[in-house]
Structures are given as C-alpha cells and as structure tokens.
Design a protein. Structure first.
Length: 404
C-alpha cells in the first residue's frame, strides 16, 4: 500500500504530541511504502528521529519574531504555510503521475486545522484528534484564561459550524480518528461519515506485575504542567481533606504558571510534611517516580488526551481523575476513580473520598493496579495500535476502490 503521511512535526526526543506522532510515523513507515511531508526548524536533528520512509520531504519551518515558545506551540502560526506547501506538492505529484492509495494526516492533534488532503480523489484519514473541550460550568469562575491566545479556543465551536475548510475536512474524510467519544460529539456539526476511537499516544512497555500496597502512607503522584485546568489546586486541597482520615503523601512533578500558588496553598493548609513540589525533572526521573508511587492523582478537567495517565497506568498505578476528556475514557471503574468536576469544594471532597477508599482497601488497590496494566495491554501498546490502524487503512482503501 502506498501511503502519503502528512505530519507537520514529529520528534522522538520531545515529550508529548511530537513524540507520539514520531511513534506513529515510525511504525507506519515500517509497514507501508510511505512518503512523509513534514516541516521543521533548521536546527531539527533528523538523525535523532529516524524513520524508514521511501521518501521524506522536510520543509524549513520559519521563525516568526514574537511568536516563540509556548505561544508558537499553541497557535501553530506556520501551519498555513505547511498547508500551502503540501497542496502545492500534491498538485505537482499529480502532474507527474504519482499515485497514492491513502493519505493520512496524523497531526496537529487539535481539531482546528483543515487538511491539505481534501479534494484529490484519494481517500484520506485525519487523526487521532483531541481538544476543544469546554471548561465545566461549575469551575468557570475559577478558571481564567491567562493569555490572549488561549482565549482563541472559544472560536473552535463556531468554526466547526461555519468554516467550510474545517467542516469539509471532517465531512469528506474516509475516516476521522478521535482519542475518546467526546471528539465525536465535538465534530457532530461536521457530520463525519466514519468515526473511530484510537488513543493518540501509547506506551512502549508495561510493568510485569501489579502493585500491592506496602505498609505506610498511600503515596500519590501528579505529573504535569501546573496550570489551572490540570486541577492541581483541587488535588492539593483533596490531599489536605483526605489526610484527616487516612495516611497519605503527595509528590508533584512539573512546573507552570501556578507553581508559586501551589507552594502557598501547601503552606496555608499546613501540608509541608505531606505534599512536596519537585519542579521539572528528566523523563527518566519521572519514570522513577511512577515506580515509587502507589497511585496517580490527576484531576485535570480539560485534558484532551492524557499522556501521563498512560504512563502511570502502564506502571500499574490506579488513577484518580475526572469524567472529562481523554482520561475520562481511558480510566475505567476497574482501574481507578472518575470524579465529576463540580464546584471547587465538592470536587476536592470527591477526590479525597477516592483517596481514602484506595488507602483503606489493599484488595481494591491490588485489583485496580492489575486492571490498569490490562487496560494498557489492550489499548496502548504500539504494535497493537499500529495493527488496528492497518485494518482501518485496508477497509478505507477497499471501500474507496469503486469510486476511483
């Protein structure tokens, strides 16, 4: 099968979306005759992200003054240039008589970007996609979008109803892949002809055995950016509430806008002996914390996918999270607790109740740890994910054959 991959960015050494896209590209290139269209900064080290593509076209991603770092990552202002370059390349390829059985646009993960794959008479897939989650009504008052560019996400639902490029991207796709059922609901106005659920990320290995509770406190862990929507404030408050009734400690790994707020909150609650902020650490150190911890407390209430949830479950950690987004789909009642994000005080109380249940019941803990590993075996190992994608490829090509 001849596959054209549209992957505007990927990198094996960069955590998150860049890494997971690399894993998809690497696996697809090993299985099919693949051409990859991508776009990177001049400093990108292609040798550090090896792929076995038949051809890889890498355009230079320009640097725009004033749009660097987080703002560039969230806005992706050079995507329009990638779109235009890919359309131009496809036009030239058609003139030269080059053909493909399938086009797959893997990223961006956010569903606000139209695809250049549309309109060439070749079946195409888009995804995995995630994002555009609204803030739960009960938490809007405490969730302030700190920067102007983050407020632009409010336009997503409007564009999905009225932007012809975006609507056409999903309406004309042979298949749209989303990380969880909420993506199907978000795209309902675009009427995609086929929707499949497939996690954007995965794990390379899984812990050999389930965890059991050792004597002593329940050791909770959080890994992620310290921003409001990750629920880190509620996580700290929930540990303070839980500590009245059960023995618990909480390690927080990561940095972000709320770092100082979190430190003050820990001090105000008198939790210095139980809650420790470690800041940003290396990936290897993060995995060390997964091994040393008992459970993963991650009450993010606007989490599109949840890479860290996969990592934690892959090490056998039961997860305490919310009913929202990617974690709300990945975590089941067998391997963790999903708390409805309600008003701040009741949200924290619900998390605290789950913490104490886990701390008080070693049999429940062991069962949830084993279930977390089983969930990852069925959902997240890369060979299985690529096999699932391959079946989708074959079905989309087969169904499109009479039309071509």
């Amino acid at each position: 099968m001849r596959v054209l991959l549209l992957a505007p960015f990927f990198d094996r050494t960069t955590p998150g979306e860049s890494w997971s896209t690399y894993k998809w590209v690497e696996g697809i290139c090993r299985r099919y005759e693949t051409t990859v269209l991508t776009q990177h900064r001049r400093t990108w080290n292609a040798a550090a992200s090896p792929i076995e593509a038949k051809e890889c076209i890498n355009w230079t991603d320009p640097e725009i003054p004033g749009l660097q770092g987080r703002i560039a990552w969230e806005l992706k202002p050079t995507y329009l240039l990638y779109y235009w370059r890919a359309r131009r390349w496809l036009r030239q390829a058609r003139r030269e008589g080059r053909t493909f059985d399938l086009i797959h646009q893997i990223n961006p993960l956010a569903l606000r970007y139209p695809t250049p794959a549309r309109g060439w008479g070749i079946p195409y897939l888009v995804g995995p996609l995630a994002g555009s989650l609204p803030t739960p009504a009960a938490l809007k008052a405490v969730t302030k979008e700190g920067t102007w560019y983050r407020q632009l996400r409010r336009l997503d639902s409007l564009r999905l109803r009225h932007d012809p490029w975006l609507r056409g991207t999903y309406a004309d796709a042979a298949a749209v892949i989303g990380v969880a059922p909420y993506v199907r609901e978000t795209l309902a106005a675009c009427h995609p002809r086929r929707f499949e659920i497939m996690a954007e990320t995965g794990v390379e290995e899984i812990g050999a055995t389930a965890k059991t509770r050792a004597p002593g406190p329940l050791r909770l862990l959080f890994v992620g950016r310290l921003i409001r929507t990750k629920g880190i404030v509620e996580a700290i408050e929930s540990v303070a509430v839980a500590a009245r009734n059960c023995d618990v400690t909480f390690d927080i790994v990561g940095q972000g806008d709320l770092g100082e707020v979190c430190r003050r909150k820990v001090s105000e609650l008198g939790m210095e002996g139980r809650i420790t902020l470690h800041g940003r650490i290396s990936k290897a150190e993060v995995f060390g914390w997964y091994e040393r911890s008992d459970a993963f407390l991650f009450p993010s209430y606007r989490e599109p996918s949840g890479n860290v949830v996969f990592e934690a479950m892959g090490r056998g950690l039961p997860v305490i999270t919310t009913t929202i987004g990617g974690p709300g789909h990945v975590v089941t009642d067998a391997c963790g607790f999903r708390i409805e994000p309600s008003a701040q005080a009741t949200f924290a109380a619900g998390l605290a109740s789950a913490i104490c249940r886990l701390a008080a019941d070693p049999e429940l803990y062991a069962a949830m740890s084993a279930a977390a590993l089983e969930r990852m075996k069925s959902l997240a190992l890369w060979p299985g994910k690529l096999e699932q994608l391959g079946l989708l490829y074959q079905d989309c090509v087969r169904k499109a054959s009479p039309e071509r």
